[in-house]
Design a protein around this ligand. Structure first.
Ligand code: DUC
Ligand code: ZN
Ligand code: ZN
Length: 468
């Protein structure tokens, strides 16, 4: 046969177009788009379904070191299994440089964890926590040349925070080397001040987390990051934008002609700070299930985030999957976590639920078009991080990374049906319309009807060129 696989009778959706067509797949790539493709070893019937570019989640945390006694709930096998079941074909986790250690060694050790352990493709970002002369002078340029072309910097956390001079030096290097920089914009000193004040006042429950990082903390850091980017003349991505006030800073920067990209996440569209009170339970510790940074805001803020999605302020919607088990001494309910929110690990699982939640609340609810959905969940991720035109759309020569999507299927999100390593989902009982039915990664069927069928090791670690 001419093709290994034909996908017949579906409606193809890209960031710009929606049209009925068959696909012919050969050697893991899209080889034909046409009216009637029949000469294939295997045929999938996509009638009544949308054929979307596979989801790319450019912001996930997998098997990342998380402080003494704390263990992240997913390794590469479980995270990519959950991602595949949720309609994704590529995820981008972070190799973290522990302070005082070599970024190069940490990165190569992290990559070794991924090799042979992934159901879908993985591309690795770096986290720079210690920009020493050796890191800035040798390690980082060498890693960028090796294909690690993007990295994240933090403006908070004891073990990760960079001061302003360090941020400027790292931005300057990124400009020279053509690397993409992601910024976690929350102010370290403001958080410390608030945390100590809240603890002194006895406000130690998980809800204190939300009080310790009000919008001004994110807004101030976003402004500072944007100003540093202007000084250095570097495009940046502000990740996990949670508040309307930070959005205003981004809009302000763009009006000045700066290239400021922005990411938000489903938690800022669907959760609120009140979730951290553990509502619906007698136990305030239940609120720890929703502790992530930045924290979800008041309900009215969700409308502002939706406006940013509709108007183009946001380029991408990622999950920021950062999974910890709840009922586990190495997770949310670690012994110190019970004494103060300060010790509750920050992050929530979401790698498998990102696409259904955004589709349902966005497309099915009439807030965004199908094309905008594809742009926000696949195309723009590929373009921002150097995966385009290999991934991120449907076209001749692209990787055959596809999700067959049933726009009418109604489902209720249940932990019992998810594939991640966490022991809960923040969206337990959340109803959605629209669901991924089949996930195809480089031409192979990796998930079908909630079952992951592709072999571990099918996914590859992808090196990237610097993004134009
Ligand atoms: N930042 C993230 O990107 N993820 C989880 C926690 C955090 O601070
Ligand atoms: Zn972050
Ligand atoms: Zn994150």
């Amino acid at each position: 046969p001419e093709f290994d696989l034909a996908v017949r009778g579906g409606t193809l959706v890209t960031a710009t177009d929606t049209f009925p067509a068959d696909l012919g797949i050969r050697d893991g790539r899209i080889a034909a788009i046409g009216a009637r493709i029949t000469d294939a070893a295997r045929t999938l019937d996509a009638s009544g379904l949308l054929v979307l570019p596979g989801g790319i989640d450019s912001h996930v945390h997998i098997a990342q070191a998380s402080g003494p006694g704390i263990v992240m709930a997913d390794d590469f096998a479980s995270a990519t299994r959950a991602a595949a079941a949720g309609g994704n074909t590529c995820v981008m986790p972070f190799a973290l440089q522990p302070r005082g250690a070599s970024l190069r060694e940490a990165t190569h050790a992290y990559r070794a964890l991924a090799e042979g352990q992934c159901h879908i493709d993985v591309a690795i970002h770096l986290i720079v926590s210690d920009p020493t002369p050796a890191v800035l002078g040798q390690e980082l340029p060498a890693l960028i040349a090796e294909g690690y072309t993007s990295f994240k910097v933090f403006m908070t956390y004891d073990d990760l925070v960079l001061n302003d001079r360090q941020i400027l030096d790292v931005f300057d290097l990124a400009r020279r080397e053509g690397a993409r920089v992601m910024v976690h914009a929350e102010g370290y000193d403001a958080i410390r001040y608030m945390t100590e004040k809240l603890e002194k006042a006895g406000e130690t429950r998980p809800f204190g987390h939300a009080l310790s990082r009000p919008q001004v903390v994110e807004r101030e850091a976003a402004h500072r990051a944007i100003s540093h980017a202007e000084l250095v003349d570097l495009p940046i991505v502000i990740v996990h934008v949670s508040g309307e006030q930070a959005m205003e800073q981004i809009a302000w920067g763009r009006e000045r002609g700066l290239k400021i990209h922005a990411e938000t996440c489903p938690q800022y569209l669907t959760l609120t700070a009140d979730h951290m009170k553990g509502l619906g339970s007698d136990d305030p510790m239940e609120g720890a299930k929703y502790v992530c940074s930045p924290p979800p805001r008041e309900a009215a803020n969700q409308a502002a985030i939706w406006r940013g999605i509709q108007t183009g302020l946001f380029d991408v919607v990622s999950s920021d999957h950062c999974p910890f088990r709840y009922d586990d001494p190495a997770g949310k309910l670690n012994p110190k976590g019970r004494t103060s929110f300060r010790w509750v690990p920050n992050g929530i699982p979401g790698i498998e639920t990102r696409l259904p939640i955004l589709f349902s609340e966005g497309v099915s609810a009439g807030r965004i078009s199908l094309n905008r959905f594809v742009e926000l969940t696949a195309t723009n991720h590929a373009k921002l991080y150097g995966l385009y035109p290999r991934k991120g759309s449907i076209g001749i020569g692209f990787d055959a990374d596809l999700t067959l999507w049933d726009p009418n299927r109604r489902e209720t999100i249940r932990q019992a049906n998810l594939h991640h390593g966490a022991d809960y989902t923040p969206w337990e009982g959340f109803s959605v319309t629209g669901w991924p039915v089949t996930t195809i990664a480089r031409g192979a069927i990796v998930a079908e009807n909630g079952r992951v069928v592709g072999p571990l090791g099918h996914g590859q670690v992808i090196d990237r060129a610097v993004s134009p």
